[in-house]
Design a protein around this ligand. Structure first.
Ligand SMILES: *Cc1c(COP(=O)(O)O)cnc(C)c1O
Length: 424
């Protein structure tokens, strides 16, 4: 058995020193066929279920059973104002002020709803700047937004790519594009963390460059929310959207988040797709025929809250808050990834390479590995040994140890299977 830093004993020592270790108990950890806990490294895709999700969901089912329509105004958390349970919790996770964030609809829907307000192209200024290799749903969203306004996506959507031979997009290249071509750009719509490489973008610098060019700036934070600390209010983008089922552990297809910066909170002149839930609650039931948006992100709501999707989200966000928020989680996350990289580097680079950024500020929970031979087969071997990872064709395996429920021992077990699969 190997000794010292590479030994399993060392992983156990690190787990023993981990102040966040007790939070693992709060989640349902699926079992491997041999009866052990699986090593779950796909929290970037679908976070594990918080045990409290069942409790909170059952409470709402009981309210429905026992109070029915009166559940809107009675019961422990009346449905009429259910989204207000998230005012502080969701804002905390993304570094926003209460009122700048609302939990509503779903992610791509929110991207569209926010672009309706913030993508206001003119003949001179109509481009949408995105990262090349953005998540497909975002690509479809921006292309269709351009089309709705009568533009050809080939011309209107500009994809900024890493330099030849590089995997990561340089911030200075984004800035250079906006400096040169910014007067044609209506909106910069970037991911917070690239889903394939795990690269964390410098959202402050992107926001500044977008605004300096006279463009609006928005972010899709699907892979950033609950992964890395964010300071949306201070960084100052106009809008952002995020899902809650990846790092935020709220269950498949669960409710998403929408951020609208405070500077737009009371701007009733912003065009938007309106619905009754975005209306001022004081006059909502007057059923008048004139829409009066409530201030802040809540004014972008359309339909009444999907309470059964939101109950698990509430359970999960409470755990984030209890765990001390993103700053504390980030500390463990960095330690987990440092540990993972040191074990992976020890295996050598003959069979695979790490394509995620090495610099701490440029990476979050996710490490992407490019296999030089058969990535799909490697993923299958890992799976067979109880290590759940994810394969992105043609050659990438994504691994995301998360600080709330993963352990240093999980990282050790992963590295050991990886070592045997390439050396055996
Ligand atoms: C996961 C993800 C999506 C998924 O969109 P849904 O509307 O929730 O189905 C979209 N964009 C990005 C960047 C994602 O990571």
């Amino acid at each position: 058995m190997s000794q010292g830093r590479l030994s399993r004993e060392h992983a156990h020592t690190l787990d023993g020193q981990d102040e966040l270790a007790p939070f693992r108990e709060r989640f349902c950890i699926p079992k491997h066929k041999d009866g052990s806990d699986i090593v779950y490294f796909t929290g970037n895709s679908l976070g594990l279920m918080p045990k409290a999700a069942r409790t909170l969901l059952n409470e709402e089912l009981d309210v429905w059973a026992e109070l029915a329509v009166d559940g809107h105004f009675e019961g422990p958390r009346p449905w009429y104002s259910y989204h207000e349970n998230f005012t502080e919790l969701a804002a905390e996770v993304v570094g926003a002020k209460p009122g700048e964030v609302v939990m509503m609809q779903s992610l791509t829907t929110n991207v569209h709803l926010l672009m309706v307000s913030f993508y206001r192209p003119t003949r001179e200024r109509y481009r949408i700047v995105v990262e090349k290799g953005a998540f497909p749903s975002d690509q479809y969203a921006v292309q269709s937004q351009a089309q709705v306004h009568g533009f050809d996506p080939e011309d209107a959507v500009v994809e900024l790519a890493p330099r030849e031979g590089e995997d990561l997009l340089r911030t200075e290249d984004i800035e250079a594009y906006l400096e040169a071509e910014g007067d044609k750009v209506a909106v910069v719509m970037f991911g917070g963390v690239n889903f394939r490489t795990g690269q964390v973008f410098d959202l402050l610098r992107i926001t500044k460059a977008a605004h300096a060019a006279g463009a609006k700036c928005g972010f899709d934070l699907a892979h950033a929310a609950g992964n890395v600390p964010l300071s949306l209010h201070d960084w100052g983008p106009d809008f952002a959207a995020f899902c809650s089922y990846k790092y935020l552990n709220s269950g498949p297809g669960s409710v998403a988040g929408a951020f609208v910066h405070e500077r737009h909170a009371k701007d009733a002149s912003l065009p938007r797709f309106a619905g009754w839930w975005g209306n001022d609650p004081a006059s909502r039931f007057e059923m008048g025929d004139v829409f009066v948006p409530q201030p802040g992100a809540a004014g972008w709501q359309i339909s009444n809250a999907p309470v059964f999707a939101m109950a698990p989200a509430l359970a999960s966000l409470r755990i984030f808050s209890e765990a001390g928020g993103m700053t504390r989680l980030r500390k463990k996350s960095v330690a987990l990834i440092d540990y993972l990289l040191s074990l992976v580097d020890d295996i050598g680079t003959e069979h695979f390479e790490v394509i995620s950024p090495r610099a701490e500020k440029d990476r979050g929970c996710q490490v992407s590995i490019r296999a030089k031979k058969d990535a799909k087969a490697l993923r299958a071997v890992l799976q067979d040994h109880g290590v759940v990872t994810d394969y992105r064709p043609p050659d990438v395996i994504r691994i995301a140890p998360v600080p709330l429920y993963n352990t240093f021992d999980d990282v050790w077990r992963f590295a050991e299977v990886l070592r045997r699969s390439v050396q055996g």
